[in-house]
Write a protein that binds this ligand. Structure first.
Ligand code: 5RP
Length: 224
């Protein structure tokens, strides 16, 4: 299969079984997972309920006839499959390239198990080459921006069609150009305690498996 994203999306769908509540991720890799779940629902009669991580995924899943529930209407999610922008050997990573990090993290923390699907270009030794997305409330966001500047985080507002990008949850995104994150847990804690930050794209300790798309076939990495 030439498309590595499609390869891992289809592979991840093998971990989905009847009766599960499934978290459906967002992005161009998770897209293929959702397509495959839709195919299995239609052609194999797979019985699942999906919980989505963005408006875009909700639209895709609904168009495929996947039964959906709101995150608040399920006790927990059995398995979430999502993409990522970077992942390191500890299975920590950066998400939010598609600006859906808040809903993605809410679904992830409510999940018993999470799998990330990535092509091999996303596997890194140290996080930070990908700009870290931080979702912030609109009120006071310019001051927050200046705070990040003084800390040397080289912030930029995410722009869409010439305007500050507004997320599905009505917030802005500030991307931090950190280059190299020496201590992801410490940075995560710091951002968790910064007023005005709603959520950030560092996902620490939430993932049990990473499926990496490689030309020779998908590689399944399990947390030991
Ligand atoms: C969206 C995300 C995506 O999962 C992440 O950006 C990876 O996207 P893609 O599979 O398109 O490379 O976090 O907020």
């Amino acid at each position: 299969m030439s498309n590595l994203k499609e390869q891992v999306g289809i592979k991840a769908a093998e971990f989905v079984t009847d009766g599960m509540v499934v978290g459906l991720g967002t992005g161009s890799t998770a897209y293929y997972f959702v397509q495959e779940i839709g195919r299995r629902v239609k052609e194999e009669g797979l019985q699942i309920v999906g919980v989505t991580t963005s408006h875009a995924t909700a639209e895709q899943a609904a168009s495929l006839g996947i039964p959906l529930k709101n995150i608040d209407d399920v006790e927990s999610v059995d398995l979430t499959v999502d993409g990522a922008d970077e992942v390191d050997s500890q299975f920590n990573g950066i998400k939010g390239g598609g600006a859906a990090l808040l809903m993605e993290k809410v679904v992830a923390v409510n999940s018993k198990d999470c799998i990330w699907i990535v092509d091999e270009s996303k596997v890194v030794e140290t996080l930070g080459a990908f700009k870290l997305p931080v979702e912030v409330v609109q009120y006071g966001s310019e001051n927050l921006f200046r705070l990040f500047e003084t800390k040397g985080y080289r912030p930029s507002f995410r722009i869409t069609n010439g305007k500050k990008h507004v997320t599905d949850m009505q917030n802005f995104i500030i991307d931090l150009d950190l280059g190299r994150i020496e201590d992801a847990r410490a940075l995560s804690d710091e951002l968790d305690h910064t007023v005005g930050v709603v959520e950030h794209g560092l996902f620490i300790g939430l993932i049990s498996k990473v499926i990496v798309g490689r030309p020779e076939g998908p590689q399944i990495l399990e947390k030991n």
